[in-house]
Design a protein around this ligand. Structure first.
Ligand code: FMN
Ligand SMILES: CCCCCCC(=O)C(=O)O
Length: 377
């Protein structure tokens, strides 16, 4: 939906800016769920660094470029996508809306935007496949300790039509999240976020009793599997060996790790600090992006997330070398406020603003965006 349509159609009753979505979500949600989504690790310095990093760059537009025909399309792993952003994996959506991951999956499908389903989703991956039809979807894996369970998740994702695997490696231990500690809020222990585990035959075979007989023990077992603190590079090779899908590594910011990831066979990198939820004091991802891209030398696509709040942020990330970005909290606030409609509205605003920004920069397509478009102040 373009600028004038959204102003005309009554869609303006929904929020337009990230700040407004966040405010409306806060009004709607109880303290526990809102704090879980909003919250960050420690003092929140990294969450702030993510957003601040975007303010350290300014766009230097070109003019008189005939911007009458514009195209936001990108290509990743041989597939074309309509816009340069994806939905980031976000677990346990049932804490903010009863439709849980079904709503963002449908919203993404309606726009052709890839949806990344979290390993710790409330909705099992097969249900997401059912509602998404042929629309693009990726599966995010918290690599389990148990190799048979790892294989099972990978095979199920392949069978359910997911076209890439995102291995998240920054959360083998959960960060120090003071809001959740204060609220005593950890949704996973109530069975939320267990959709993929509780439908997995290998996982169920690992339990002494089925989840319906001993929910807490089953939840704890799943979390123990996900908190795979001994995970190292050789385990990444195992994942690569067990799937034919492209494997992306999510959660690195150091160029040396990017090089090691490539050495161990990854097909793509997602520069991310988990939205500042893991390591307080860590570098903002936009600050980290140029050095990672420089090390990677275009060998694999580099994507990024954390702190993307508007079209200008997307333009800056692309200019600094990202092939695409992922949006996180913004769409969860949309989900909290208005379910599928809210998620779709957030995504449409991103599309409209990004297209406008690109055009006013004097660029007609994503491939025309390069480093000369931004300067660090
Ligand atoms: C509530 C919440 C749950 C998340 N769950 C996951 C998850 O299950 N898997 C994952 O890889 N990242 C997860 N993330 C991190 C996001 O994928 C993404 O890296 C982050 O939200 C980007 O930062 P932003 O929200 O500031 O844009 C989660 C983030 C939030 C806010
Ligand atoms: C092994 C389970 C960790 C779940 C973390 C969910 C998440 O990524 C987040 O809250 O952030």
């Amino acid at each position: 939906m373009g600028y004038y349509e959204s102003a005309d159609s009554g869609a303006t009753l929904l929020p337009v800016s990230f700040t407004e979505w966040e405010k409306r979500a806060k009004e709607k949600l109880a303290a526990g769920p809102f704090g879980y989504v909003y919250g960050a690790a420690g003092a929140g310095d990294t969450m702030k660094a993510n957003e601040d990093a975007f303010r350290q760059y300014r766009i230097r537009p070109r003019v008189c470029q005939d911007i009458s025909k514009r195209d936001l399309e990108i290509s990743l792993f041989g597939k074309k996508y309509p816009v340069p952003f994806l939905f980031a994996p976000i677990g346990v959506n049932s804490i903010v809306h009863s439709d849980a991951e079904v709503a963002p999956a449908k919203a993404a499908a309606s726009l052709g935007i890839p949806y990344t389903l979290s390993n710790v989703s409330t909705t099992p991956m097969e249900k997401i496949a059912e509602v998404m039809g042929d629309s693009p979807r990726w599966f995010q894996l918290y690599p389990p300790i148990n190799k048979e369970l790892t294989k099972s998740f990978l095979k199920r994702a392949e069978k359910a039509g997911f076209s890439a695997i995102v291995v998240t490696i920054d959360s083998t231990l959960l960060g120090w999240r003071e809001t959740d500690l204060r609220n005593a809020f950890l949704p996973f222990l109530t069975g939320q976020g267990m959709g993929n585990y509780f439908t997995d035959p290998v996982f169920l075979s690992m339990l002494d009793e089925p989840p319906e007989n001993n929910l807490m023990a089953a939840c704890k077992k799943a979390l123990d599997e996900g908190n795979n603190v001994s995970f190292s590079w050789k385990d990444l090779e195992f994942i690569k060996k067990e799937t034919n899908l492209p494997v992306l590594l999510k959660g690195l910011t150091h160029p040396t790790d990017a090089l090691l990831a490539i050495e161990h066979g990854v097909d793509g990198i997602i520069v991310s600090n988990h939205g500042g939820r893991q390591l307080d004091g860590a570098i903002g991802t936009l600050e980290a992006l140029p050095s990672v891209c420089e090390a990677v030398e275009h060998k694999v696509p580099v994507l990024m997330d954390s702190g993307i709040r508007r079209g200008a942020d997307i333009i800056k990330a692309l200019a600094l070398g990202a092939s695409a970005v992922l949006i996180g909290r913004p769409y969860i606030y949309g989900l909290a406020v208005a379910g599928e409609t809210g998620v779709k509205s957030v995504a449409e605003n991103f599309i409209a603003e990004t297209e406008l920004q690109m055009a006013i920069c004097g660029k007609k397509s994503i491939s025309e965006i390069d480093q000369s478009l931004v300067i660090k102040i």
